[in-house]
Design a protein. Structure first.
Length: 461
């Protein structure tokens, strides 16, 4: 069996929170795959339940309301037609769907049946399988080569959740209401969903480190309130730790962060994010006051420079520049297909599972690179990240060198004077003749055709 793997579609409900507008291109792609037997794997974040009301509620009942809204959105009609055409092309074709961090609700049987109802013709719904009992796909073997497929949320402390607890909370018709959704999901519900209608650029900025600072700069009270409820993050104790590390000059040595530790990883990670060689105690004090007070801002509204003291303006500019610095440091590697990303520690663990190929998503950054085992054994792992079919935002960082340019940039973003970047990428796995291995390629769908992204690799048994 050959495979196509996509991820991070973020199909929404036709609202101003949607970041997916590629229904027609994706449908055209699905119809173009030919009549040879093929399994399509949607590797997480297929549906964006976080962008559909009721916000902040995880339950079986809410999930049913949300999926009905998403299925019925006129914008998505052509997409469901594309999936039906894919399944109709060959009776051996299958669609396997894994969970991400934006579509936990797919674990509910009612959601699965609703999706089968629009994605498959009558009597063909059994060819759509939902893999919800584990975080990775266990059955991908191409030409004798084991391919590890998982979304990647479990390596992100903001979006990590306990898969076993999710299963326990939803099994045997349980409502799911006792399940604790990830910190990142709560931030989306309680802060980003309020800000995005006025500031539509926020969910399009990658890497997400920059969003953290820009969000604090635009809406400090809302961001601090949301994160402050988790282990006293961004509260007085947090800033005291920052000051202590500054005074002892320990900020040059970041505290190690266990990316699989869930919420326990947030405290050292946030401290590492805040500190750099340019920070001083005066700036810390200004940021602490700015984040703690918010100056009575209204929900969903940005804060204007001219209503603040010089100290508050200093704090806001610091946060914005910190975000831009993060973008400058990470942007090139994010958009560079061959550059390493934050998944390297995870890939080393996957390599120990004897996988020869690892395919992840989650980051929205397409990748095709090779990892060599650090133990000098010579073992290698081919890593692909399938990127996203949702909108991204790219811009020229060199134009943001002074305060006036920075303010003008924010004004352009807030007034929708920007054009999203679109990179529709997917992985293709093809069995080599004689079952002697797999041909692995990262490809981009544009102008109605598939185009290679880098050189395809042959992984031999």
């Amino acid at each position: 069996m050959n495979y196509i793997i996509i991820s991070d579609l973020h199909v929404g409900g036709g609202t101003n929170l949607d970041i997916f507008h590629a229904q027609s291109p994706l449908a055209d792609f699905l119809k173009s795959t030919g009549d040879e037997p093929l399994t399509l794997i949607v590797n997480g974040d297929f549906i964006d339940f976080l962008a559909v009301e009721p916000y902040g509620v995880f339950s079986r009942q809410a999930a049913q309301r949300k999926i009905e809204h998403i299925i019925g959105a006129p914008e998505n009609k052509v997409l469901w037609e594309g999936f039906r055409a894919f399944l109709a092309a060959n009776t051996a074709n299958r669609v396997d769907i894994l969970l991400g961090n934006h579509d936990l609700e797919i674990i509910f049987e009612e959601v699965q049946e609703a999706m089968r109802g629009v994605m498959a013709a009558e009597g063909e719904g059994e060819r759509i399988q939902f893999i919800t009992e584990r975080v990775s796909h266990q059955k991908v073997k191409v030409g004798g080569v084991y391919v590890h497929v998982e979304h990647g949320f479990q390596y992100d402390p903001y979006n990590w959740y306990d898969q076993d607890e999710l299963v326990k909370a939803t099994i045997f018709g349980s409502s799911g209401e006792n399940f604790e959704i990830p910190v990142g999901s709560r931030l989306v519900y309680e802060t980003l969903n309020k800000l995005t209608p006025q500031h539509p650029f926020i969910p399009l900025i990658k890497p997400e480190t920059a969003v953290f600072y820009i969000l604090l700069a635009l809406a400090p009270k809302e961001a601090a309130k949301q994160l402050g409820g988790v282990g006293d993050l961004l509260g007085g104790k947090f800033f005291n730790r920052v000051k202590m590390r500054l005074r002892s000059q320990q900020f040059a040595v970041p505290v190690p962060v266990d990316m699989t530790a869930g919420r326990a990883a947030l405290e050292p990670q946030l401290t590492n994010l805040f500190l750099d060689k340019d920070m001083d105690l005066e700036t810390v004090k200004a940021v602490e006051e700015y984040v703690g007070e918010g100056r009575g801002q209204q929900p969903g509204r940005a804060i204007s420079f001219n209503v603040f003291s010089s100290a508050a303006r200093k704090a806001k500019l610091y946060l914005l520049r910190k975000g831009l610095k993060g973008l400058k440091e990470e942007r090139d590697t994010f958009f560079d297909t061959n550059a390493n990303d934050d998944f390297n520690p995870a890939l080393e663990r996957i390599l120990d599972l004897n996988a020869r190929v690892a395919i992840l998503g989650h980051s929205h950054g397409r990748k095709l690179t090779e990892l060599t085992a650090p133990d000098n054994s010579g073992r290698k792992l081919l890593y692909l990240n399938t990127g996203t079919w949702a909108d991204l935002l790219d811009f020229d960082l060199n134009q943001l060198q002074d305060d006036d340019a920075l303010e003008a940039w924010l004004d352009d973003l807030d007034n929708r004077r920007f054009k999203p970047s679109l990179y529709f990428t997917f992985a293709r796995l093809t069995e080599l003749p004689g079952g002697r291995g797999a041909r692995v390629s990262l490809e981009e769908w544009r102008e109605g055709k598939a185009h290679p992204v880098g050189e395809a690799q042959e992984v031999m048994v």
